[in-house]
Design a protein around this ligand. Structure first.
Ligand SMILES: [Zn+2]
Length: 144
C-alpha cells in the first residue's frame, strides 16, 4: 500500500491509499479519484516537501519518525480545535453559513459536512477546512 498526498483543483489537500503507483495511475486516469471536500475529480499528486523541525541534529528523520512527528502535529491541531472551537455536529454547514451572514455569533466551529455542503460553502466564499482524522489512530496507539 502507498499513501499519496493529493490536491484537487480547488487546492483541497487530502490523502488516499493505493495498492501501488500503477493502481493510482489507473484510478486517476479513469477519474475515480475524488476530492472528499468538493467531490472534484480534477485531482493530482502533491509535490511533497515535508518540513520537520526539532529532530536529532544532523540525522534525517526516518520514515517512522517522520510519521510520528506528523501524527503528533495533527493530533495537536485536532486537540486545539476540539478545545477552542464549538462542536456543532451535523449542523456545521448551516452554522458556518449563519456565522458568515452575521446571523450567529462569530466563533470557531467544527462538525461534519458532506462534500456537497463543503462545495456550496466554498462557492459562497466561506472558508472551511478539513480536520485531520489521521490523528485519531495515533492517539489510540498511545493508550495501548
Ligand atoms: Zn476539492
Amino acid at each position: 500500500m502507498i499513501r499519496y498526498a493529493l490536491i484537487c483543483e480547488h487546492s483541497h489537500e487530502f490523502e488516499a491509499w493505493f495498492a501501488g503507483s500503477d493502481d493510482y495511475d489507473g484510478q486517476a486516469g479513469r477519474g475515480l479519484v475524488e476530492c472528499p471536500w468538493c467531490a472534484s475529480r480534477q485531482v493530482k499528486k502533491q509535490i511533497m516537501a515535508p518540513a520537520v523541525a526539532g529532530t536529532k541534529k544532523g540525522a534525517d528523520p526516518g520514515p517512522a519518525e517522520m510519521q510520528s512527528v506528523m501524527m503528533e502535529a495533527m493530533g495537536k491541531l485536532r486537540r486545539h480545535v476540539e478545545e477552542n472551537f464549538e462542536s456543532v455536529g451535523d449542523r456545521f454547514a448551516d452554522e458556518a453559513r449563519a456565522i458568515h451572514e452575521g446571523d450567529a455569533p462569530d466563533r470557531g466551529i467544527y462538525g461534519r459536512a458532506s462534500p456537497e455542503q463543503v462545495r456550496e460553502l466554498a462557492e459562497d466564499g466561506i472558508r472551511v477546512g478539513p480536520l485531520p482524522a489521521a490523528a485519531v489512530p495515533a492517539a489510540k496507539e498511545k493508550l495501548n
